[in-house]
Design a protein around this ligand. Structure first.
Ligand code: PEP
Ligand code: MG
Length: 890
């Protein structure tokens, strides 16, 4: 018999922390906490396997599930001394989702389940508080009505508003038991009208309705979007946790809150969190009332810290903090409730944190001896490092303050104001920087939050939806900026007499909570301190070398600053677009004779020599891979009549001839046409000029610095060995010429990109003619899939969304197909030439999952854009640790 249900805290604890795949994170941790003696209300977890079963069997449950649930429920009843549906001592439960990894706010929750027209009196009698009982009942109908019965939440709010108006009160807290009773009557009537049957009174029926809704919410749109953004497979499913209710809203000696064992924004080792007296969990998250701080140290004048208000429960919570951090050896995010001064822990999980906090916590914990250095390296998500490498506001830059809110997620962002998530997504897709401005955000907004550079809300605290989600995504966020009024209808925001309209620019400082009108200058991030420490630990364990794709001196300098160990790809064509040079480039491509081309090339030579010399100087002896011209010539064509006339004049040709030549050069499928080494073979003078520029520059820098650079000359788009032989012979000949002319010799290598399937499949033949391979996985992905990277946007997102492809293959390597070719080429190449150097220079060189693959097949280096160099260093270290058989999920 399959065990579908696991009890916790109810006389027995059947789960453990390691069982998160089966019990979900929440269920596994509840079981673990109960087993180490922490105060957890009893309950049980229905496994993720039931979710999988449910979707595989047209939303049916396994036959024996009901009996197992009944048995587990009986144990909970015994543990708390109350019974489900009992009119004197009714048991009430919460029903919550809980996937393997937490997906905050994405799925459904129902609280206070078990209330009906009879048990509400039981609750009133048991608690001695009729107002509380009727308030709980209306909360239950509202939540259950929304989540399970699909009734629009506005319809509930209208009824409350109506009763408040009638009674002439403003706050919910002013409503009496009778008022809530009226609200309940109104709710029931409205629900009956909305769904065509009465609100379910039978607690059994309520329970199964809620369980079904939680499983159903695994496939709601926001959960699907969240999974796509976080690479969570839909097969994982969610568990359902049913747990005895405890109440934080039974009076002034009750409270509910959320706390973190360390500061999730900065990583500082201080107890951090918020709580609300006389409230239920959703009040904290919804941001309707302003939560109060936990500790005196963090309280501002006028605030009422829990340490003062509930000293006994606070002391107990501090003990729980210690126990949990030592037990899990990671920063915890804890949900708690205080019922009549007694503390209950409702949830613990590894806390979401900003990149800065993740770095600080990992380094601090290693120093405190909680974890070792290798574990610290594993703890930091390489992708999140990106956030730390981005600019912050320049303290000296002039600025005009608009308003101030809470510093909810650090980093600075600047962009055009938009007021809806859809608009944010739309404009970001066009390459615009936008700031999403909302009164508050909800899970429906996550696509827009992701697309935006920053998020501003006017309501909600540090644990509001906007704050939590923005931190997780690494978007700067200012939350709860109450001084700003947002008017969606007129598409503008106002603060202190200033008006900002949609489309106008604002700047956010997520570290201080400030909002500025217009754009404010930013400065580069600091890469010392914890960042440097973690990088040092990563470098100690990594095997793969990390180089950068760079062609400008600025890129090369940035790359070195970030720790690049050379240049893995210098795309020389990028140097051709400079306004000073484009004239000569156009003259070269439009010339119909070799002579004409050579003339133009001789004008380009000094520029290229200077470019290469500068790169060699900056890289000071590190390897520099220079790729000879790759794109089809028509990319450089003159377009306007004036440009054509200018080229015609420089060549002494007429405009009509130039137009004819332009038509000749145009290609239907340019990325499959006259490009790469095909150009170098048909117009050898182009590669000769580039080779000459490289060697002359190398000699110049070798003489000047006494530190000879070692150029690695790379031939693009090679399909056959013969192509490499021909182009290599050209390069070798020019090298000998330059060495003879200068009387100076430098070491150099000639290799090729492997970016065509034919090259990969015949890599053993090609290796004989080259010194190194660099996998051009951008082109290799295009040519393996038969899919143009410029046109992929039309359908690829759909493929990824529907799971037809697990990920965008231009972002993360398709291990099965493209990866197979890379693996074959690496093996074939090394079989004939063991010393063959192997690297990767496609975009995948900066993608952590692809780097893992590069480690597995034993490449020598990865090359990526300068800003991703630290990401790649850390990912390479993690890959090396994993290669050593270390479990990364710990
Ligand atoms: C590649 O194809 O992977 C590559 C690095 O070259 P490019 O992107 O310039 O075609
Ligand atoms: Mg390429």
């Amino acid at each position: 018999m399959t065990k579908w249900v696991y009890s916790f805290g109810a006389g027995r604890n059947e789960g453990r922390a390691e069982m998160r795949d089966l019990l979900g994170g929440k269920g596994a941790n509840l079981a673990e906490m109960a087993s180490i003696g922490l105060p957890v209300p009893p309950g049980f977890t229905i496994t993720t396997e039931v979710c999988t079963y449910y979707y595989a069997h047209e939303r049916q449950y396994p036959a024996d599930l009901r009996d197992q649930v009944a048995e587990a429920l009986r144990r909970v009843e015994e543990a708390v001394g109350a019974r489900f549906g009992d009119t004197h001592r009714p048991l009430l439960v919460s029903v919550r989702s809980g996937a393997r990894v937490s997906m905050p706010g994405m799925m459904d929750t129902v609280l206070n389940l078990g209330l009906n027209d009879a048990t509400v009196d039981g609750l009133a009698a048991a608690s001695g508080d009729a107002r509380f009982a009727w308030d709980s009942y209306r909360r239950f109908i509202q939540m259950y009505g929304g989540v399970v019965l699909g009734v629009d939440h506005h319809r509930f709010e209208e009824i409350i508003e109506h009763v408040k108006l009638d009674r002439g009160v403003i706050e919910d807290t002013e409503l009496t038991a009778q008022d809530w009773h009226r609200v309940v009557d109104g709710y029931k009537e409205m629900v009956r009208e909305a769904i065509g049957r009465p609100f379910p009174q039978d607690p059994e029926e309520q329970l199964w309705g809620a369980i079904g809704a939680v499983f159903g919410s695994w496939m709601n749109q926001r959960a699907i979007t969240y999974r796509r953004l976080h690479d969570i497979p839909s097969e994982w499913g969610t568990a359902v946790n049913v747990q005895a209710m405890v109440f934080g809203n039974m009076g002034e000696d009750c409270a509910t809150g959320v706390c973190f064992t360390r500061d999730p924004s900065t990583g500082e080792n201080v107890f951090y969190g918020e709580y609300l007296v006389n409230a239920q969990g959703e009040d904290v998250v919804a941001g309707i009332r302003t939560p109060q701080p936990m500790s005196k140290a963090r309280a501002k004048p006028g605030e009422r810290p829990m340490e003062e208000v509930m000293p006994q429960a606070y002391a107990e919570l501090c003990r729980v903090r210690e126990v949990l951090e030592r037990h899990y050896r990671d920063m915890q995010d804890i949900e708690f409730t205080v019922q009549r001064n007694r503390l209950y822990v409702l949830q613990t999980r590894n806390g979401k944190r900003t990149a800065a906090a993740s770095l600080k916590i990992a380094v601090d914990m290693a120093r405190e001896g909680l974890i070792d250095e290798a574990e610290a390296v594993r703890r930091v998500n390489p992708g999140a490092l990106d956030q730390l490498l981005h600019p912050t506001l320049d303290p000296k830059a002039p600025r005009k303050l608009l308003s101030k809110g809470l510093p909810a997620s650090p980093g600075a962002a600047c962009g055009a104001v938009v007021f809806s998530a859809d608009e944010a997504e739309l404009r970001a897709a066009k390459g615009e920087s936008v700031i999403l401005v909302r009164i508050e955000t909800s899970p429906e907004d996550i696509h827009g939050m992701h697309a935006a550079k920053g998020i501003l809300t006017t309501r909600g605290g540090m644990t509001s939806h906007a704050a939590v989600v923005a931190r997780g995504m690494g978007r700067p966020c200012v939350a709860g900026a109450g001084g700003i009024t947002v008017d969606y209808a007129s598409q503008q925001l106002m603060a202190g007499g200033q008006v900002v309209r949609a489309g106008e620019t604002i700047t956010l400082d997520g570290g201080t909570g400030e909002v500025f009108v217009g754009s404010v200058a930013m400065i580069e991030p600091n890469m010392s301190g914890d960042f440097a420490t973690l990088m040092e630990w990563a470098d100690k364990v990594r095997r793969l070398r990390v180089r950068a794709n760079a062609e400008t001196p600025l890129d090369a300098e940035t790359a070195r600053k970030f720790g690049a160990e050379g240049i893995g790809l210098c795309r020389t064509e990028h140097m051709f677009f400079d306004p000073e040079r484009i004239g000569a480039v156009r003259q070269m491509i439009m010339a119909e004779t070799e002579r004409g081309r050579r003339d133009a090339l001789s004008r380009l030579l000094p520029f290229q020599r200077q470019d290469f010399a500068e790169l060699f100087r900056i890289m000071a002896g590190l390897p520099v891979t220079i790729r000879l011209l790759d794109p089809p010539l028509h990319e450089f064509l003159p377009h306007s009549a004036a440009e054509i006339a200018e080229v015609a004049e420089s060549l002494g040709a007429d405009v009509a001839a130039m137009q004819r030549r332009a038509a000749e050069l145009a290609e239907a499928n340019p990325m499959l046409g006259h490009r790469g080494c095909r150009l170098g073979i048909t117009y050898p003078e182009i590669y000769e000029m580039q080779a000459r520029a490289i060697f002359e520059a190398a000699v110049e820098v070798a003489r000047e610095t006494r530190k000879a650079p070692v150029p690695e000359i790379m031939i693009p788009l090679v399909a056959t060995r013969r192509e490499l032989e021909i182009t290599r012979a050209m390069v070798d000949r020019v090298a000998q010429e330059v060495f003879a002319e200068t009387g100076y010799h430098v070491e150099y290598y000639v290799g090729t990109m492997i970016e065509l399937p034919r090259a990969a499949l015949t890599a053993d033949r090609i290796a004989e003619a080259g010194d190194f391979f660099s996998f051009g996985t951008n082109d290799l992905t295009q040519t393996t899939f038969g899919l143009s990277r410029d046109d992929a946007g039309k359908f690829l997102p759909h493929y990824v969304e529907k799971g037809i492809l697990p990920k965008d293959p231009f972002v993360s390597i398709d291990v099965e197909g493209v990866g197979a070719l890379v693996r074959i080429a690496a093996e074939k190449g090394r079989a004939v030439k063991p010393e063959l150097k192997l690297g990767i220079c496609g975009e995948h060189g900066g993608d952590p999952a692809s780097i893992q693959f590069c480690e597995e097949i034993g490449l020598d280096y990865v090359s990526c854009s300068p800003y991703r160099v630290p990401v790649a260093r850390l990912a390479a270290a993690q890959a090396a640790l994993q290669g050593g058989g270390v479990d990364r999920t710990a």
